[in-house]
Design a protein around this ligand. Structure first.
Ligand SMILES: Nc1ncnc2c1ncn2[C@@H]1O[C@H](COP(=O)(O)OP(=O)(O)O)[C@@H](O)[C@H]1O
Ligand SMILES: [Mg+2]
Length: 231
């Protein structure tokens, strides 16, 4: 069963044809890692999915719903949310204010649950979110995503700039999220991190999908993929 199916996605920035045929199919409650060199179009793919950058053609089917014509907000409302690269901090807000932007006391993920998942944030509720460490900011960004009660979270390079011990913590948090039957689509430069958590791999090279498959098949032929993933 598919949670997100992307077919022949094409996206432009002005006249630059950036995405030139992106295809993949993420299984429900699975985790797909989208790999590729710098500038391959990974962030553009995520932005296109949530309609922050409108694709020119292609199909995006989320949970059996065609996303064509839906706004970013409407897409979040049906359960697809993104943690952007800059972590989407609301810099002037405290941790509590950032989380409370979404009021959902009656839903599965509410503020108590999120703080249970990220105990570190509990002690910093009144701190300005810009004062948090990189790891804490990433946790807050994921916490905010969970507050929307998502079925699928897109994460753009969540481990970027984080110390190895924090990366480990983040991996265990993301594994727990997967156990809650939430699907994940992760863009990563850190291939080892991606391999620890993902069960599906998609490789993007110069805006074109080069390979799709299981992690097992990816590992078996890793040398074939080196050209496109920059390791
Ligand atoms: N806002 C933009 N305007 C024009 N070109 C952009 C913009 N954002 C990214 N690009 C270009 O699109 C290509 C893909 O970028 P991006 O999706 O950010 O790649 P990745 O996330 O894989 O590093 C790059 O060549 C980049 O320079
Ligand atoms: Mg990027």
């Amino acid at each position: 069963m598919s949670i997100l199916k992307i077919e022949k996605l094409n996206t432009y920035y002005g006249k630059s044809h950036i995405l030139q045929g992106v295809n993949f199919d993420l299984n429900k409650t699975g985790c797909l890692a989208l790999l590729g060199r710098n500038g391959a179009g990974k962030s553009t793919t995520l932005r296109s999915i949530v309609n922050l950058t409108k694709p020119v053609s292609g199909k995006i089917i989320f949970n059996n719903i065609d996303l064509e014509g839906l706004s970013t907000y409407e897409i979040a409302e049906i359960g697809l949310t993104m943690v952007p690269e800059n972590r989407g901090m609301f810099s002037s807000l405290s941790v509590l204010e950032s989380l409370n932007i979404i009021n959902n006391n009656n839903k599965t993920w509410n503020i108590d649950r999120v703080l249970e998942a990220f105990p570190q944030l509990k002690t910093k509720l009144n701190n300005n979110s810009i004062s948090l460490s990189g790891g804490e900011q990433q946790m807050l960004a994921i916490g905010k995503a969970l507050m929307t009660n998502p079925k699928l979270i897109l994460l753009d390079e969540p481990t970027q700039g984080l110390a190895p011990n924090i990366v480990k913590e983040l991996i265990s948090i993301l594994k727990n999220i997967l156990k809650e039957k939430i699907s994940l689509l992760i863009v990563e430069q850190n291939v080892n991190m991606a391999l620890e958590i993902a069960n599906q791999i998609s490789i993007l090279g110069k805006g074109v999908t080069k390979w799709n498959g299981s992690k097992v098949d990816f590992k078996r032929n890793i040398s074939h993929h080196k050209e496109w993933i920059g390791i």
